[in-house]
Structures are given as C-alpha cells and as structure tokens.
Design a binder for this molecule. Structure first.
Ligand code: PEP
Ligand code: MG
Length: 743
C-alpha cells in the first residue's frame, strides 16, 4: 500500500490507541471511534454494529445516522447489507447501496440519503464480533486503500472488544467471556463432570494491537518468521527418510517461506499494527476463507493456521505450556488427535470439542477412559477461557459454561444421583450375571490401552472381549517394532491374570489413518481398502503383529480375531496366515499358545449369509455392531446427520442378530457382541433376548447393563419384540420401554 496512506492509517491507529488508554465507559469510546474514523476517512457516516448474540447485530454507535437509532436498530445475521457482511465475513463495497442485493431499508436510521456503503467484518479468528461501516452521500466506490484501512481499523476494534474496551450497559456491550452460556453438541461419551476449562490451544491475547514503532515491529516479525522457518527446516531434517512425512512437511514449509504471506503482514505493520496483530489479521482472513474452501484448499489453509499459531506464540510468549493443567480440568479444543489426548492422560474430568465425530479415535480413547465427551459444541473454543467453570453433561451432549448457582446446584444433584447408582453397581460387581429366568450372560469389556486393564477388576468384567490394537499404531510416528508390540501384549495378558483376552488384529483405514501411511484417496473410505483387506493385500505388518501376539502369549492360551471379514475366503486366508506363523514360531523354538482360538468379526451383513462352513471354521464370532449397523442401514456411523436415524431396536436389525445367533448355535460356535450398543442397557437386554450370551462393552457400562439383566426375564422381552414385529412396528423400542415401565 502507498506510503501516503500509511501515514493516515498510522495516525488513525495512534488515535485509537489513545482512546483505548483513556479512562472511559465503553459507549464513550465507541462514540469517539466513529468520530475519529469518519473524520480520518472523510466520510459522512461511520457506524459500529456489535453482536448482541450469535444471531443478532445491534447499532452501538454512529456518526451521521440518526442518533435515536443507537441500541434500537437491530438486524439478524444475513439481514440487510450489514447482516450480510457479518454472515459472509467479507467486506461489501458499493457505490449504490439501495440498489445492491440484500439491502434493507431501516427507516429509523435515516440512511436512505447515503449512496456509498462500505462494511467490513469485525472478527477475531473466526468469531463474529460485529461490523464496521462507513457511508457517503456521494455515489462512489471506496478505493482499495480505503477498504484496507478500514479492515485494519476493524482488526484493532476486534482486539479492543476482546480486551473489554467497550463494556457498558446493554446486551451488546456486556462483558465478553463473563456470561453463562449453554452449548448444545453431540454425545461422544456419556457421564457428567464439573470442572474448569483447560484450552488445548490457549487464546493468545494481544494487548497491544497498535504499534508506535513500525520499524521495530518489522524487525520483530522478521526475526520470528526466521525462527519459524528454522523450526520447520528442523522438522524436515528429522523426518528425512520418511517419504510421506517429508511430503507433508514440504507443503508446510512452502507456506513458511511464502513471500506473499510475509508481504501482507509487513503491509499490516506499515499501516500501524504490531507484529502479532498483523499475524492475527492474516490468520483471521485465512480462517474466513477456510469456511467456503474445498477440502484441498482447507487443508492448506489449516497449515497456514498452524503456522500463524506458532508465530503468535513466539511473538507473545504465550504457549500451550503457559497454563498448568488444573486438577479438575475439562479439556476444550477445536479437535484433537488420539495421540495428543493420550498425552493428557486420564487426569481429565471431561473433554469438549468444537468438531470431532463419534467414531473418531479421540472419541474411542475418551470412551475407553469413561471420560464424559461432548462433540460438535459449536462456539466453545471462542467462548471459553482457560479457568472458566464448566459443567459437562455427556448424556445430553450439553455444556454449561460459567454456570450460575441454580444450574450448578441442579447439576450437582444429578451427579449425586449418578454416584448413588455407581455404588449400587459396585455392590453387584462380583455377582454372576444370571437373568431372572436363569440365563447366564458373560460380561466382557472392550479395551485398547494397557491403561484400560485396571478396569478389569474395577468393573467386574470377566475378560476382554475386544482389544483394539490400532491405538499403539495410531499414536506413533513410525510402525511399532515387533519387540515393542510383544512387550505391550505381554503386559496386557499379565494384567488380565488368566482371564481371556481377545486381540483384534490391526483395523486401519476408513477414519483410522496411520500417520506414517500414505493416505489413499478413496471415494468412500468406510467401504474402501481397510482392516483385513489391507492385512491380506500387504501381509507384512499383519504377519509381524501375529508373531508379536503369539510370542506375547508365551505358551499361554491365546485368542485372536480378524476384523471386517466380508466373506468366508478372507477368514480362511487370514487363518492360514496365522497358522503358518504358529508353525514358524514352533520351528524357531518359541513357545506356542497352549490353546489358540481364531475368530472372525462379523461386521458386514454379507457374512451373516456366508456358507455354513464358515460358521464351523471360526472358533468364535464377534459381532462388530458399530460397523454392522452402518452397513445394514447404509448410514455412515460418523455422519451425525444419519447416524441416529435408524434405531438399533429396529425389528429388522434385531432379526439379523437373531439369525446370526441361530447360525452360530447350529455350528456350535460361540458368538458375542462387541459394538457400542452392547453397553446400552436397553439394547443389551434386547440382544440377550435375541439369544446373545456374551456381551463386550466399555467397562463403565458393565454395572448398568448387569443391573438391568439381573432383573429381567429374557423370554418375556423376546415375546415383546416378537409382538412388535407381528404388529407391523418398525422398532421394538416403544413396546420395550412400555414393558420396562410397567415392571
Ligand atoms: C464395531 O464395528 O462394532 C467394532 C467393535 O469395531 P470398531 O468400532 O473398532 O470399528
Ligand atoms: Mg468395526
């Protein structure tokens, strides 16, 4: 931008800074700012609209429009030109406002006489805060320099808003991050928690957006960028030899060395911003573009976002480690990978994510730990500050941020009731699970970490029905070595003290992408090259894993199953591979398992219709209900839109379960169910009524499921389900709930 404009812009920013430093009420400051901007830009009107709530903007100060309209004129997001600027997060610059699409006439403002309109969003890292507008009588478009200058002012306004410079009377001027907020998301893991927010990425606070010394700021920026580049170069050297990682870091490096990115930030500093404000201004612009970008561009913009965060932390000295993890921390993040979550460990009271999906591995980790998890809580990362009190209701998928006393009291009451229930469950922990009509149901737990194993004793589980082996692969940067896996599996078996543990071989693909595996672009990953398909096509890793499992058993009994078998041949092939490994181990002089049981996971409807020979060949079968249900209903388990559309108690699905049980019984093959639904009491009851005698679930579910089973009569439940079917009902749920209520 030309130097003459720089001086204007700097002068204006210096005055803004002075306004910020003055002892004044928020309203006075806003009034001063609209005057300053209107004078500096020589426009007839300058107005500031601030967000009253997530959907409404309010005119908070104006020079040039009717003063009576202040705190009276309001518009919804998307309404009128101002509302459109806010919704689309992009500036609108027009010489003829009334003729521009979206214009809405607000009679109380008297704005009909102004033809030219320039509105720019006041936003901070994706959070909408308001809109800054200038208008003129003269029908002209504002120049590029003027648009830029107003955007710089908007950036400073955003920082001032964040710092509480405009706090005053009225909704739109209320203090930020001080109100009680209720956020609705999606259940990732049931349970409730009270604690304080710990932001995974703390908000960087910029206390000085306006600089007095542009030259000094340029030096600061360049030094920080140099340091950033060095750190990315170092990442690249460390990754050398790993082609896939190198490719990813190369792309990242390209941004770090981008001339245009640096130039834009230098321009921002020229205009009067400090180095950190310049970084944040460009980051905010990139975030706004990210929303409408295609997936490829979004990934690139995410790289830029990551680099900007690193730069900001360097410039401000505010980092992830600057806030210690409190004892009662509820982790709040945009999204988090399983590796990062594992680093926090079980200390967390709860987790709330702005994004995330139920089937993701971070969710699997939270579930394994029985930590309440709420996903897709939109706005949480911008609303919450580290240290804020927070209540997480994982059952309802609701989060109360900065709750008032009434909400907290009600919540604590609920916690106390849950605590009582836990005590009830503890009293039946060692009771054998036999239903009221005499059916013995085996209660197993799912696991995926060594850290899960203490739950065996705590929950009263009779063994591990599903040990997901992916997590050890997902949380490393390279394929784990056989020796490392032997150690891990050994520790699992040792911790189980003779109780059975069923290991599932590596189930990757779909959402579970290994960091060191070249991502294959598949149109439909859930239906793609995953699990046993990868294992059979590239048997190297599976062979190594099988050897590790056999060695870990060290002569003890061993149970191994293969995931995602869709037809008999896949199972036979996988089993042959395992048998060959047993022979090899024996030939090498290693102890082989005293009793090896080889099973298949039934996760696709096709396998329910496999030849009878399959059911005879498998030593045991485990129904992977999460996948089976998604393929039965053709409804993506990770897509919140369709995931809950089909009820597990749909009579067709229950028929499928009954049919699988019948085929296993006919072949004399034990069958269990290990999907998430096994841990839901009503669902588990219906599965048992369909003939399942072994259920594997999260440890925390064993108490509630056993509690309902102990008091149930399975024959009666089956009759209720059959009656629903005969009555032509789609789901047995209403009848089952009615039956349970009546008892
Ligand atoms: C399942 O699909 O039900 C299952 C247990 O496996 P995962 O959830 O790991 O796919
Ligand atoms: Mg599965």
């Amino acid at each position: 931008m030309p130097k003459s404009k720089d001086t204007d812009s700097r002068k204006l920013l210096r005055r803004l800074k002075a306004v910020m430093a003055e002892e004044a009420q928020g309203q006075e400051r806003l009034d001063r700012i609209v005057d300053l901007v209107a004078d500096s830009m020589r426009t007839d009107v300058c107005s500031i609209y601030l967000n009253r709530d997530a959907d409404t903007l309010e005119l908070c100060a104006t020079r040039g429009l009717n003063a009576d309209a202040v705190h009276v004129t309001r518009m919804r997001l998307g309404e009128g030109l101002v509302g459109r600027v806010a919704r689309r997060r992009v500036s609108i610059n027009t010489a003829n406002a009334p003729a521009t699409r979206g214009f809405r006439y607000m009679p109380e403002t008297g704005e009909e006489v102004f033809s030219a309109f320039l509105g720019v969003p006041v936003q901070r890292l994706g959070e909408r805060l308001g809109v800054l507008v200038v208008q003129s009588r003269e029908a002209r478009e504002y120049s590029e320099d003027e648009v830029y200058a107003l955007e710089v002012v908007a950036m400073v306004l955003a920082e001032m808003t964040e710092l509480g410079a405009f706090v005053g009377e009225g909704e739109a001027l209320r203090p930020r991050h001080a109100q009680q907020v209720l956020l609705r998301g999606v259940t990732g893991q049931e349970g409730s928690a009270e604690g304080v927010v710990h932001l995974h990425d703390p908000r960087v606070v910029i206390t000085n957006p306006v600089s007095d010394d542009p030259e000094g700021e340029l030096v600061r920026l360049r030094e920080a960028v140099d340091a950033l580049r060095l750190s990315v170069d170092k990442m690249l050297t460390q990754a050398s030899g790993d082609r896939e990682q190198t490719e990813v870091i190369e792309a990242f490096r390209m941004f770090a060395y981008s001339r245009s990115w640096l130039r834009r930030m230098e321009d921002d500093i020229d205009a009067g911003l400090t180095a950190e404000a310049a970084v944040e201004k460009e980051q905010t612009a990139a975030r706004a573009r990210m929303r409408d970008a295609d997936p490829y561009l979004r990934d690139r913009l995410a790289d830029l976002d990551d680099l900007s965060n690193r730069l900001l932390r360097m410039l401000t000295g505010q980092g992830r480690d600057s806030v210690a993890l409190p004892d009662n921390a509820v982790l709040v993040a945009r999204n988090i990978g399983p590796g990062e979550l594992l680093e926090y460990g079980r200390k967390l009271r709860g987790v709330v994510l702005e994004e995330g999906s139920v089937g993701s591995h971070a969710a699997v980790v939270a579930r394994a730990w029985a930590i309440p998890l709420v996903l897709q809580a939109e706005g949480i990362t911008t609303e919450a500050l580290s240290g804020d009190p927070i209540l997480v209701d994982g059952d309802q998928g609701v989060v109360h941020l900065r709750p008032d006393d009434m909400v907290t009291a009600a919540f604590r009451e609920k916690l106390a009731m849950q605590e009582q229930a836990q005590q009830r469950y503890a009293s039946i922990r060692d009771t054998e699970c036999v239903t009221a009509d005499g059916h013995r149901i085996e209660m197993m737990m799912n696991a995926g970490l060594i850290a899960d194993l203490p739950s065996l004793a705590g929950s009263g589980a009779e063994g591990v029905g599903l040990f997901r082996t992916e997590l050890q692969f997902l949380t490393r940067n390279t394929v784990p070595k056989r020796g490392q896996l032997v150690e891990i599996y050994k520790r699992v078996l040792d911790a189980a003290r003779g109780l059975p543990v069923t290991f599932r071989t590596l189930d990757i693909g779909s959402d579970k992408v290994l960091p060191y595996m070249k991502p294959t672009e598949e149109p439909n990953p859930a239906l793609g090259w995953r699990a046993i398909r990868v294992g059979l096509d590239r048997p190297g890793v599976m062979r190594m894993q099988l050897q590790a499992l056999l060695r870990a058993a060290d002569g003890r009994p061993s149970r191994i199953m293969f995931p995602f078998i869709a037809q008999m041949e896949e199972f036979l092939e996988a089993r042959d591979l395992l048998v060959r490994q047993v022979e090899r181990e024996a030939a090498l002089g290693h102890a082989v398992p005293s009793d090896l049981k080889i099973g298949a996971m039934l996760e696709t409807p096709s396998l329910a219709f496999a030849p009878g020979r399959f059911f005879e060949a498998a030593d045991f079968i485990s129904i992977g209900g999460n996948d089976l249900k998604q393929f039965f209903f053709a409804a993506d388990r990770e897509n919140e839109r369709v995931r809950k559309r089909y009820d597990t108690l749909n009579v067709s699905f229950l028929s499928l379960i009954a049919q699988i049980v019948a085929r296993c019984e006919a072949a004399g093959t034990p069958v269990s169910f290990c999907g998430e639904d096994a841990g839901r009491p009503v669902e588990a009851l219906c599965f048992a009524a369909m003939g399942l005698r072994c259920l594997s679930m999260r440890p925390a579910s064993i108490g509630p499921v056993k509690h309902i089973l102990l008091r149930s009569n399975l024959a009666e439940v089956r009759d209720v389900i059959e009656a629903s079917r005969e009555a032509g009902e789609q789901s047995a749920r209403p009848a089952i709930m009615e039956y349970l209520r009546s008892r």
